[in-house]
Design a protein around this ligand. Structure first.
Ligand SMILES: [Zn+2]
Length: 290
């Protein structure tokens, strides 16, 4: 049996009103943890690599790693070129057989965002007609790290602008700004403070565009907001910073537990296990029946 295309899984998720988890990686520990979690729960999953993450892993090396898991285990694990800011990098990811590319023109004017996203869609689809293209509008910050304060120029997406981006570019998936934010505030690390989403805005944008939608910057979001956002039309949910925090704590624990150890594969399991806890918890939530 062959794994269906990412587009097929998006259609299924949209119909069932569940969401596909998207998790970023910088190394094999995270990839291993995400894959084993998704396999255990038997749920499709998307691996994300930002421009920085794929520069570290290697653009085609990331593709080879994910493809090796998909083929060996006949499992729906997909690869997304997260937040891609230039046409040149869109071309590079499409040629490396990525399943999805996000062209991020959210820092541009609406007209320029439409123009460049449209070009990105045309180029990527001319290389691989089955590639899933995502466009982004509104501003939710840029850093998937622990930050001191909310960036002051956050900007929500209007249904009207979202409709224009969708209709004028040919994107398959829309990434709107609906109260979500990249990164985690220091006060969110303990879990006392949570992110909240505008559920009415998600519904309005879904109604205006009828598209699959991605919720970026999911880390630290209130659980019931996640569930409501997915019921209201979010098809993919991105989580990165929570995994990075889990990774770091795991490495610190691994070093503490093995003070004399130098073999990475004896130190890293603590990081893998920490990341798995986050991923399984999130995948269960994103796929809970509504
Ligand atoms: Zn993002």
């Amino acid at each position: 049996m062959n794994v269906k295309s990412l587009l097929e899984y998006l259609k299924e998720a949209d119909e069932k009103k569940v969401a596909i988890g998207h998790f970023n990686i910088s190394d094999l520990a995270a990839l291993k943890a995400i894959f084993e979690s998704a396999k255990k729960l038997n749920l499709p999953v998307i691996i994300g690599v930002s421009e920085g993450e794929r520069e570290f892993i290697g653009v085609s090396q990331a593709a080879a790693l994910v493809a090796s898991l998909r083929h060996e285990y006949n499992f729906p694990i997909f690869l997304n070129a997260d937040h891609t800011h230039s046409i040149e990098k869109v071309r590079e990811a499409a040629k490396a057989y990525y399943d999805q590319i996000i062209f991020d023109g959210s820092s541009l004017s609406l007209a320029e965002n439409i123009k460049q996203t449209k070009e990105a869609v045309q180029i990527a689809k001319s290389i691989n007609p089955n590639i899933v293209m995502e466009g982004e509008i509104g501003f939710i910050g840029t850093s998937s790290e622990v930050i001191d304060k909310v960036p002051d120029n956050l900007e929500l997406t209007t249904p009207r602008d979202a409709k224009r981006l969708v209709e004028e570019t040919g994107i398959d998936v829309l990434a709107p700004a609906v109260g979500n934010m990249h990164g985690l505030l220091k006060t969110m690390l303990t879990g006392e403070v949570k992110k909240h989403l505008s559920i009415p805005l998600i519904k309005e944008i879904k109604a205006a565009t009828g598209k699959f939608m991605t919720l970026h910057g999911g880390s630290g979001t209130n659980d019931s907001d996640f569930v409501e956002a997915i019921k209201s039309g979010m098809t993919i949910v991105h989580v990165n910073t929570e995994l990075r925090v889990a990774w770091r704590k795991g490495i610190e624990q691994g070093l503490k537990d093995n003070p004399q150890e130098v073999a990475p594969y004896k130190i890293m399991p603590a990081a893998v296990s920490n990341i798995k806890t986050v991923v399984e918890n999130r995948l269960n939530l994103f796929n809970s029946p509504s």
